[in-house]
Design a protein. Structure first.
Length: 536
């Protein structure tokens, strides 16, 4: 299914197309919108003699990626060469420290009839220049079969570009409904196409444990065979460690960082189903019993193997929505909670209580926050000792973090969580419900209009907002088709929010460009949908 363009805008568009150069209008349709585009006359034409010239050896893999990208539709496997001096028209990839002011991911793309030149200070920038070049080619470049009778032209243009935010993410939830390795790879390809650079993998929850942990094999022997959200049971619903390594490498080759999310102490039903001794009273439940040392040792064992697999400097521990009934009935947790509730927080710990929020899954309770806070701070210190940074949902603010914590807060329960984190000098990734929740039926326009930096945030704290993310929770998506339909095209809006300058975004221009982008997605076999708000 193609994506939704409001009828009124489509009419306006057709009027514009009639009065301007159709070719020029149609030629440059890029998502996310680049920072500056200066069109020029003429075009570059790809032919079988075109070469990809890799001036810097570090760019060889980007060159091969580009050659592979262009081969199916054109039927031409471009030669990737390391030396310059070619007479033939070329696509030139080059590292250039003079462009360092564009940052790690910025790039400059120059197209003339003789050559397309992509320069950047870092390979990531060249890779994003390649993604822009891809969208400068005719839409049918995305065809996975050879297309006959088309000139593979690129309009002459000069583009300078860099992202607004360093974290441009997408959460996938294979815990609630398992997704295969191949499905994840396909989604990584689609993230890269939109210049998104983080995939958060929600690997554990009440319904399933999806990552092999060699020291604790029951996690997958039992925890990967529980009923999923459709009530189905599986035999092999987990990723072996070699699968994870393969996914990490595949993503890295596309400038995507896989951020593992291992839920604790809540959403841990699959862990306690596998090892009941980890739960209060030894009976499986959603919450880990956090008042026994073996629970911390278990968490440390799991994280040790996770850190060995995922090079990401950031590791997500969940820490949301603990259901406290079992803690309150636990002979170890209950006295601990009572004691903490009557004790002042240590001087080095700062808590932050969010305003009451109807979207909060579990309302704030002081004793619960204090007990969770003790556990979260230990995990924070453990990850810090391993050279990594903890990421957690905004509940980590309520239990209190140490003033020297370098944790990243993932804000989901309102702009107050963004301001609260930034005000405590913590970096924050914005993924507020409902605007950025792809499992919700939010309208495309609402998602596009969302601004991650709260209007009341003091100017000096804006830099604490390091990114934006769309969350594709998996409870209601039993198939990859449903995942794609929920994801697209709204993820394109989030990608533009994450990349494009704030003053360079407008919905009408976006929908024009989106029409082209969605035709590219069609050719890639990606299902898309339009959604009006409807009850869940
Ligand atoms: Zn307990």
């Amino acid at each position: 299914m193609g994506c939704f363009i409001p009828a009124a805008i489509a009419v306006v568009l057709s009027g514009v197309m009639a009065t301007r150069s159709v070719a020029a209008e149609a030629a440059i349709q890029i998502i996310p919108q680049p920072r500056s585009i200066q069109p020029a006359a003429g075009s570059f034409v790809l032919t079988p003699t075109t070469a990809i010239l890799v001036i810097s050896p570090e760019l060889a893999s980007v060159g091969r990626y580009l050659a592979d990208l262009l081969a199916p539709a054109t039927g031409i496997k471009l030669d990737v060469r390391q030396a310059g001096g070619s007479e033939a028209p070329s696509i030139v990839l080059q590292l250039d420290q003079a462009l360092a002011d564009l940052g790690r991911e910025g790039y400059a793309l120059e197209c003339t009839p003789e050559a397309v030149t992509i320069r950047a200070a870092n390979p990531a920038g060249v890779f994003y220049g390649v993604q822009t070049l891809r969208q400068l080619f005719p839409i049918r470049i995305e065809s996975r079969q050879q297309v006959e009778g088309i000139a593979w032209t690129v309009p002459c243009v000069s583009i300078k570009d860099q992202p607004r935010f360093q974290w441009r993410g997408y959460l996938l939830d294979p815990a609630r409904h398992f997704r295969t390795k191949e499905e994840i790879m396909h989604l990584i390809d689609l993230l890269a196409m939109q210049k998104l650079n983080v995939m958060q993998l929600h690997l554990t929850d009440d319904q399933g444990w999806r990552i092999e942990i060699k020291k604790h094999p029951e996690l997958t022997a039992t925890g990967a065979r529980l009923a999923d959200c459709s009530g189905k049971k599986g035999e092999h619903w987990f990723y072996r460690q070699e699968d994870i390594r393969e996914l990490v490498a595949y993503a890295a080759n596309r400038q995507v960082t896989l951020v593992p999310e291992i839920e604790m102490p809540g959403h841990s039903g699959a862990a306690t189903a596998s090892y009941p001794a980890l739960a209060c009273g030894g009976t499986p439940s959603s919450a880990l019993c956090v008042s026994q040392e073996r629970t911390f040792e278990f968490a440390r064992d799991v994280l040790d193997e996770v850190l060995a697999l995922f090079p990401s400097p950031l590791v997500h521990i969940g820490a949301d929505e603990v259901t406290p009934a079992r803690w309150r009935a636990c002979p170890q947790c209950k006295p601990q909670m009572d004691k903490l509730a009557q004790t002042a927080l240590p001087a080095e710990v700062t808590p932050f209580r969010l305003p009451a929020n109807p979207m909060a899954g579990v309302p704030f309770q002081e004793d619960v926050a204090r007990l969770q806070g003790e556990f979260v701070r230990r995990i924070d210190q453990y990850l810090t000792s391993k050279g990594r940074r903890m990421v957690g949902w905004d509940e980590i603010l309520e239990g209190g973090l140490r003033t020297d914590s370098r944790a990243v807060v993932m804000a989901w329960r309102g702009a107050a969580a963004v301001s609260g984190a930034a005000g405590r000098k913590l970096d924050v990734v914005v993924t507020l419900h409902p605007d950025l929740y792809l499992d919700n039926a939010t309208r495309l326009e609402q998602t596009y209009a969302f601004e991650p930096v709260p209007s009341d945030l003091p100017a000096g704290q804006e830099a604490r907002v390091i990114g934006v993310q769309g969350n594709m929770w998996g409870e209601a998506t039993p198939t990859i088709q449903r995942v794609e339909e929920q994801t697209f095209p709204r993820l394109c809006a989030i990608a533009e929010t994450g990349w494009s300058a704030r003053n360079n975004r407008n919905f009408q221009g976006f929908t024009t460009r989106l029409a082209s982008f969605c035709r590219r997605l069609d050719l890639l076999g990606v299902r898309q949908t339009s959604r009006e708000p409807s009850p869940k």
